[in-house]
Design a protein around this ligand. Structure first.
Ligand SMILES: [Ca+2]
Length: 477
């Protein structure tokens, strides 16, 4: 902007010079005109064109007295210093001749000045044009610089934005790395736990191998048909485990055995109701043999109820394979799963009802009952058949009615993936679960997990609350 103002100032000076030159030229023209009109009285119309100043000069010249100037001209000071006096006084021929010669000299002088003025004007025009060209080039240069500055500014802003974006990206990446690191640590810990479980199972298998040999089933005999599940092995006092209750039982074998002493030796009983009817009222472990079943099993009996599942302290891992869910696992006096095959035979011998007893971490106890309960055979994936609900826990199992059982290695649910992988258990998953009593036992109720994999009953505290206690039990109608 200052350049532009400077340029304007230069142009102003130029114009002022031009005007000054024009004024001088005009004065010279007036003088020329007056000289051309002769030494007589000036013609009023010619003088009148020069404006009021000329009128005054005319009036003064009309009053000229002998010996004094008839016309007074103001000529440019560059050439003539002071006033120029032309005497027009009437007198001798010498005086007139002198005046004429002076006038001729003046005319020459004026012509010269006129020529100089023309030259000056031409020079000025050339300079003006040159200045204009300079101005245009300066303008173009300023525009170019301004454009470049704008471009640089925008580019710097872009750089700042890009830098901010990169910083954000770096921050996010760092966070992800930290999360991955934490996840890796967690996986490492899980791997350690699993490794120790595998070692324990190997030890148990080694120790139990000799016991399995004599336990071949004897069909068509009232002698116990030696069928048993992991449950018995888990709690066998004869098979001390290296670890406390958190030890995971070994996988079921083709030729199971009985190793846990029942609470009462008599039996086997058809179910716990049969135990109760036989006068055995104490809660505990009893030997059962379902009617028409070529197998013996043990279960926890409580007031005629046959407990088929129990959660209470997270001591047993319920994330198991199909075979393990089929045969059962856990500790009969603790957490356990009776086994789908046992459930099938039990519920095939009579009409049973199901009771689900739940307790939250504040000690509140609720229940859900279904007036009929049985399973289809393994060929139909132990499909759940459930009757009407009643109770005060809310109905979170009817949604699973008529659904096949799903485990981590056998996906029979309606979901595109395997629900067992997400719910960390085995259940009659649908898409996926309103109840997940075989899920992960979390301490304290509300838990944080990527998936809803706790021990939950959706109608009682929702899917993100892991219950303290849960038990499933059956009783003939
Ligand atoms: Ca599926």
């Amino acid at each position: 902007m200052s350049l532009r103002e400077e340029e304007d100032a230069d142009a102003g000076h130029l114009w002022a010079g031009v005007l000054m030159a024009l004024r001088h030229a005009a004065a010279a023209l007036v003088l020329l005109a007056l000289l051309a009109a002769g030494p007589g009285r000036g013609e009023p119309d010619r003088a009148g064109r020069r404006g009021p100043g000329s009128q005054k000069r005319q009036s003064r010249s009309s009053e000229a007295r002998p010996g004094r100037c008839s016309y007074t001209f103001i000529v440019p000071q560059q050439r003539l210093q002071g006033a120029l006096c032309v005497s027009t006084a009437a007198g001798g021929a010498d005086a007139g001749g002198a005046n004429r010669s002076e006038a001729a000299a003046l005319r020459r002088e004026l012509r010269q000045q006129q020529q100089q003025l023309e030259q000056l004007r031409g020079g000025l025009d050339a300079q003006l044009q040159e200045l204009r060209r300079d101005s245009s080039s300066v303008n173009a240069r300023i525009t170019q610089l301004y454009t470049q500055l704008l471009h640089d500014t925008i580019s710097k802003k872009d750089q700042v934005l890009e830098q901010q974006r990169l910083e954000t990206l770096l921050l996010n990446t760092s966070t992800q790395v930290l999360q991955l690191s934490a996840r890796y640590t967690e996986l490492e810990q899980k791997y350690e736990v699993l490794s120790s479980l595998v070692r324990n199972q190997s030890v148990q298998l080694t120790r139990s191998a000799p016991v399995q040999q004599p336990a071949e089933p004897q069909s068509d005999s009232m002698q116990p048909v030696e069928e048993v599940s992991d449950i018995q092995r888990d709690q066998s006092p004869a098979l001390p485990q290296r670890d406390p209750p958190t030890t995971t039982p070994s996988p079921p074998t083709d030729h199971p055995f009985i190793s846990y002493p029942p609470t009462k030796t008599p039996g086997p009983w058809r179910d716990c109701q049969h135990v109760l009817e036989s006068g055995e009222r104490a809660s505990g472990i009893y030997l059962l043999r379902p009617r028409n079943a070529n197998r013996l099993l043990q279960a926890w009996c409580e007031a005629g109820w046959t407990v088929i599942q129990r959660r209470q302290d997270g001591s047993v891992n319920f994330f198991r394979t199909w075979d393990q869910y089929k045969q059962g696992f856990g500790n009969l006096d603790g957490e356990y799963w009776l086994g789908l095959e046992h459930l099938y035979w039990l519920t095939a011998q009579a009409q049973y009802r199901l009771r689900v007893a739940l307790e939250d971490w504040q000690g509140r106890q609720v229940f859900a009952e279904y007036d009929s309960f049985h399973l289809e055979p393994e060929s139909d994936w132990y499909r759940l058949r459930l009757g009407r609900y009643h109770g005060n826990a809310g109905d979170s199992l009817s949604w699973h009615n008529n659904k096949a059982f799903t485990t981590l290695d056998r996906d029979k649910d309606a979901y595109t993936g395997n629900c067992a992988h997400y719910q960390k258990g085995g259940w009659w998953y649908h898409m996926c679960a309103h109840s997940n009593l075989n899920g992960v036992w979390y301490r304290g109720g509300h838990y944080r997990s990527r998936y809803q994999d706790g021990v939950y009953w959706a109608e009682f505290h929702g899917g993100s609350y892991s219950l303290k206690r849960a038990a499933m039990m059956i009783k003939p109608i």
